[in-house]
Design a protein around this ligand. Structure first.
Ligand code: PLP
Length: 426
């Protein structure tokens, strides 16, 4: 790798001054890799491994007693992790629980609130992650509604971002709208939406507002209770680093406690009487009601340790470093990569940016493959985006510098031309 025109010593000085640089030592990134894909799968930390090992030990040593006698009794583990997640999303402890997967939570939450809302149309946007639309369409069909009519898809003006005023306009245009469901951060461009503005506009018009926080939880602080967001869900395997397919999180505002979940199950039953095994379902008086079946301990345990890491660093420090890293990357793209056909597809304002940067290039797919072979782990999102995520807990400024230098090299040398655009999975 050749150096850029920019001085790498500048990056190294910033690393020396970085108050959370030391957290990288708690993570395992495969040797020689520059890992820029933490918004897709965060790496393992010692802390996550420790809590996973503890639960496996409890299972081995205590068997079924783990439900009541584990260091964190398994029976209450979903609620326990919810308490620990609550500060990251700005909610009361009983408004948060871990359960299911994000997709299943979209089903149960949108299903529940479609039922509770005055209207029966759901407002989404065309840049959403597809699973959200699949789930909402299925829920509309469950209600005997035509998804082509009742899924209202706000269009993007530029193919990258969604304008809040267009979301608000859709609320005004559709007098049948009941729920607006938006991502906090768009998975491709990295735009951060204005959760507060969308929620207030929804409430002013009698709609309920829900959010998919998959691309922001653990890197962007939230304030869900104060804003009055009705419901939300998120993944734990991206910026929360809890492992592949780790249990998801969800939030329900306390004013909705007592609603019957669309996907009701015994794990959401009031805890005190759950083991009375009554045929009538009494929902827990908390977000815990939206759990479905038994908490999957082995996909929940790593989250306990990975939350220790984030709480030790502090979410505000994580956000601050994230913005510094992405600012630095954007600066390098502008100054050194634009000449090689790269552009920035992510909004530049801090309050409109999540934790990753979309590098746009006509040959994005082949470039992504070439970068991976050089050990720079990024991903490609069609049609023209190389996503680069310098996740703050384990990424240095020097990593960003090196990643940018590799981006320049693979184009300058023509190396990417040896790759076929085609059928890579990630
Ligand atoms: C990653 C992601 C998902 C993934 O859902 P799973 O059920 O965990 O597979 C859902 N929505 C968004 C916006 C995502 O970014």
């Amino acid at each position: 790798m050749d150096e850029l025109d920019a001085d790498p010593a500048v990056a190294e000085r910033r690393d020396e001054a970085d108050p959370i640089a030391g957290f990288a030592e708690r993570f395992h990134v495969p040797d020689e890799q520059i890992y820029m894909d933490g918004n897709s799968l965060g790496p393992l930390s010692d802390d996550a491994e420790r809590t996973l090992d503890r639960v496996v030990d409890e299972w081995r040593e205590r068997g079924i007693e783990g439900w009541t006698e584990g260091e964190q009794p398994w029976f209450h583990y979903g609620e326990h992790l919810g308490d620990r997640l609550a500060p990251l999303v700005g909610a009361r402890e009983d408004e948060v629980v871990v359960a299911n997967s994000t997709t299943v939570n979209v089903h149960t939450l949108v299903g529940t609130f479609l039922d509770a809302a005055d209207g029966d149309a759901v407002i989404v946007n065309e840049l959403d992650f597809p699973t959200d639309h699949y789930a909402i369409r299925a829920q509309l069909r469950q209600c005997d509604l035509d998804p082509d009519e009742k899924l209202v898809v706000v269009e993007s003006r530029d193919g990258r971002t969604i304008a809040a005023e267009d979301v608000v306009a859709a609320m005004d245009e559709r007098d049948d709208a009941g729920v607006v469901f938006m991502p906090s951060v768009l998975y491709r461009s990295g735009q951060l939406l204005d959760v507060e503005r969308i929620t207030r506009a929804a409430h002013d018009r009698g709609l309920l507002a829900g959010f998919d926080l998959a691309h922001s939880v653990g890197v962007v602080p939230h304030d869900l209770s104060a804003v009055g967001v009705d419901f939300a869900t998120w993944c734990s395997y991206k910026y929360l680093n809890a492992g592949p397919g780790a249990i998801a999180g969800l939030y329900v505002n306390e004013r909705h406690f007592g609603e019957t979940p669309a996907l009701a199950g015994w794990w959401g039953h009031e805890k005190e009487t759950q083991f009375d095994l009554n045929m009538t379902y009494t929902p827990a008086d908390s977000a815990g009601a939206w759990q479905t079946g038994t908490v999957p301990m082995l996909s929940a345990a790593p989250l306990e340790g990975s939350l220790d890491v984030i709480h030790d660093a502090g979410i505000d420090a994580v956000r601050e470093k994230s913005l510094e890293l992405t600012d630095y990357l954007i600066e390098l793209v502008d100054d050194e990569l634009a000449a090689y056909g790269y552009g920035v597809g992510t909004p530049r304002e801090h309050d409109r940016r999540g934790g990753h940067v979309a590098l746009e290039h006509d040959d994005a797919e082949r470039i992504s493959l070439a970068l991976r072979d050089r050990g720079v782990v990024v991903d490609y999102r069609p049609p023209n985006v190389v996503r680069v995520c310098p996740s703050p807990l384990y990424t240095s400024f020097r990593d960003v510098y090196d990643a940018a230098a590799h981006c320049r090299d693979v184009v300058e040398t023509g190396e990417y031309e040896a790759y076929d655009a085609g059928d890579d999975v990630t």
